[in-house]
Design a protein. Sequence first.
Length: 367
Amino acid sequence: MNAIVRPPNQTVELVGHQIFENEFARLWESQELPHAFLLAGQKGIGKATLAYKITRFILNQHNNLGSSTGLFEDPTASIETLNIESDPKSIEAIKVINKSHPNLLIIERSTSDQTKKIRQNIVLDDVKELDNFLHMTANEDGWRVIIIDAIDDININAANYILKLLEEPPKNVLFLIIAHNLGRVLPTIKSRCRKVLLTPLNTEEMKNILSQFDLPKDQEIIDKACHLSEGSISRALQILNGISLDTITEISHLLGTNALIDRNNLEKTAEKWLRIGRKQDNDPIYNILDFFIFWISKCLRDIAKQKSPTDHNNPIDIDCIRSLIDRLGMEELCERLIKAQDILNDSTNLHLDRKQILYSVILTVAD
């Protein structure tokens, strides 16, 4: 049975990242809050959920700068024990949950008027909404919050527009900028934000969150999902919602020992997956390919760190990855993985059918 995942704005409880919560509370109490945080880390570890939690807290305080009256569970608590949790049932918090708070602006990929599909990037028209937002007076003379989800998706014109605002930030405006891959963020934007590197969730935190879903009770499956997902809830749910690790292994076998695509095997394997997909309630092709890219990237990171990525849970033959590196070089392979992820993310806008998506992603990585 598939787990129903609430979007970050509707997820009130956040597991993990307590160290940063305490640091944020200290900055708020001491009135040393920077104008922008860059919340960085891999997908699925709670970056956006954290951003909305911070937003609920700030906009739930009746916007009194630095005031801690009624802000925390214990107003007399020391800095080390401050909690930024706000009342999720408050009117202000409900407005944030519904994305309707007048002092909150969310910048994300919008729908194209021409194609009626989600754009591949955040474009200049999306960020120009900031003009009206920043020139209006915040309700009750308080804070305004801007969430950018995610800065990885922004095009160069929109990025330069954001950069100008970060260079001369308005008073009592907080930017919460989400980044999945810091390497894709302009250095000039990174330098103007307080960078927060959020770590993957540990096994206990993962199990705590996963216990809230209607998932298989087999503890061995849960443990394997936690191990393979590297602290990412979204990756763990991909596995528990039906990704076949045998299927992912088949992808690596397509490469062969010399890391060259066997076109005959690709054709046969593709047809097999497409038939399986039609028999299921949801199409697993996207999740399979997304996890395939993620796992090869993980292997590359381990190899670069001179760690051994081989273990009994590894669904991909590591010799294939080493052969790919030998043939293409580490830098070229990394660039191909990024391009493959872009193709997968934008597959709807590219009008590709399921088979074309599958071929495009695999051949982009290894052809």
